[in-house]
Design a protein around this ligand. Structure first.
Ligand code: GLC
Length: 482
């Protein structure tokens, strides 16, 4: 907690810590209103919350409405109950197709590979957009929505400041569950747009309104949605005044390191929120995607670009999410087959390695694994050799480190009047560069041109690489003030 306060974060988002068989990193929740014993207990959670609040840090927790664990009592009851029973009506059970019902009810694939349906011994099938251990709940059932509201109140009454809503574009399935237009898979959690009936159905907004109505009774709280919807206008619908407060905009998370790609991502993100009360919400990495150091080329090049990227991210108007380890410049780790945990690995027939590479624990100090993360060398994913220079301890001592850059950038962003204002103005910039000004006066210049460029007028507030004789090197960014 002191580390997070020093880093300068305003709020935490904690990924699921609820009792779970961990078929999907805790996103298979067996009891949404308790703490997984591996992590602690409710008293420990309350203590964490109190500690965070005492330091002025807000706490948001992950809400996983779309599905439960197959070990949630609701689902074991459903399996023990006959077809057509109220216990089954909390989930999406259907008869199969074909003369003997041995074909799945429709052609939907699971996001993790394979069909989205699993057959149970009495012949019915149940829907799981993710792993079979994550049966989808039926949100047309009032009991399911009421239970979600109870979960919200449970955590709000304990004092949490808000929620990150998992698969916030799921939850509603079209009547009759029609076949979807078969489409080429474009990767995990990709947004397929129209014709993919699994996601972004109009009825999902009813659920968001119910969530918002609960939050509105707890002033100062908020919900941020994981909404994989590419279309600006469709995405904006989730941000109407009676729905989500924020939606992650994943365009920056998925954009390649290039001037036009970044500019397009930023323009679309700003256009999405322009007609809504929401600020934009920027993400460079998360627990579902390769870390951006790796995405941008890895090694020294990836790190250099990541340094520039954070100055870009933190200069933008709106909210910014930092994934743990971004601030250390952690790369993805190449893990051996036998330690992989992500269900994608098995479900893809061992063709896709999944997301474990970005989920390796944080290195705190020392020279060898587990770098102070644990008293056991047997961490849940193994930590690699060679991270001694990336530890918090090593980077704290080095004023040129990624951690020092994050700390300075976050401090300026939080306190400087130059960062004020909720929009930006693009400025003319040398070919291959991005430049914009914030209403408070901050100018951010990012050089993606392949060669050094002259730095415009203004004092240098912060730079990702040394500015020499007023030239900004390639793959670098600078903050200036008037
Ligand atoms: C979200 C989470 C991801 C999880 C999936 C299913 O996309 O971010 O980690 O696997 O939902 O719950």
């Amino acid at each position: 907690m002191p580390y997070l306060a020093d880093l300068g974060v305003d709020a935490l988002w904690i990924t699921p810590f609820y009792p779970s068989p961990m078929a999907d990193h805790g996103y298979d929740v067996a009891d949404p209103r308790d703490v997984e014993p591996v992590f602690g207990d409710l008293a420990g959670f309350d203590a964490l919350l109190a500690d965070a609040h005492a330091r002025g840090i807000k706490v948001t927790v992950d809400l996983v409405p779309n599905h439960s664990s197959h070990q949630r009592e609701w689902f074991t009851d459903a399996l023990a109950s006959p077809a057509g029973s109220p216990a089954r009506a909390r989930y999406v059970f259907r008869d199969g197709r074909g003369a003997d019902g041995s074909e799945p009810p429709n052609n939907w694939p699971s996001v993790f590979g394979g069909p989205a349906w699993t057959r149970v011994p009495d012949g019915q099938w149940y829907l799981h957009l993710f792993a079979p251990e994550q049966p989808d709940l039926d949100f047309t059932n009032p009991e399911v929505v009421e239970d979600l509201e109870e979960t919200l109140r449970f955590w709000l009454d304990r004092g949490v400041d808000g929620f990150r809503i998992d698969v916030a574009h799921g939850m509603a399935k079209p009547t009759g569950l029609p076949d979807m237009v078969p489409m080429e898979d474009t990767g995990l959690l990709a947004d397929h747009g129209p014709g993919d009936h699994r996601f972004d159905q109009d009825e999902v907004h009813l659920v968001h309104r119910r969530v918002r109505a609960v939050l509105d009774r707890y002033p100062g709280t908020m919900a941020v949605g994981e909404v994989w919807v590419a279309d600006d206008a469709r995405l904006a619908e989730y941000l109407r005044p009676d729905e989500l407060h924020l939606a992650f905009n994943f365009k920056l998370l998925t954009a390649a390191w290039g001037r036009d790609e970044l500019r397009t991502a930023i323009d679309h993100s700003l256009a999405t929120v322009a007609s809504t009360p929401a600020p934009a919400c920027w993400v460079l990495s998360n627990h579902d995607r390769p870390r951006h150091v790796t995405r941008y080329g890895g090694g020294e090049l990836g790190t250099r670009r990541a340094r520039a990227a954070v100055l870009l991210q933190l200069a933008l108007p709106g909210a910014a999410y930092v994934y743990n380890g971004d601030e250390l410049g952690l790369p993805d780790v190449d893990l051996p087959d036998e330690v992989l945990q992500d269900p994608i690995w098995a479900r893809s027939g061992h063709t896709e390695r999944g997301r474990d590479g970005c989920r390796v624990p944080m290195p705190w100090g020392g020279h060898s694994p587990p770098y102070g993360f644990s008293t056991s060398s047997d961490t849940w994913l193994p930590m690699p050799a060679g991270w001694a220079a990336l530890t918090v301890e090593a980077q704290t001592r080095d004023h040129r480190s990624m951690l020092s850059l994050y700390r300075r950038a976050l401090a300026i962003r939080r306190s400087s009047p130059f960062c004020a204002g909720d929009h930006l103005q693009w400025l003319p910039a040398p070919t291959g560069c991005l430049a914009f000004r914030r209403p408070g006066g901050l100018v951010c210049l990012v050089n993606l041109s392949g060669a050094p460029v002259p730095v415009p007028a203004g004092d240098v507030l912060l730079a990702s690489e040394p500015v020499v004789e007023r030239y900004l090197p390639d793959d670098a960014a600078v903050w200036l003030h008037p």
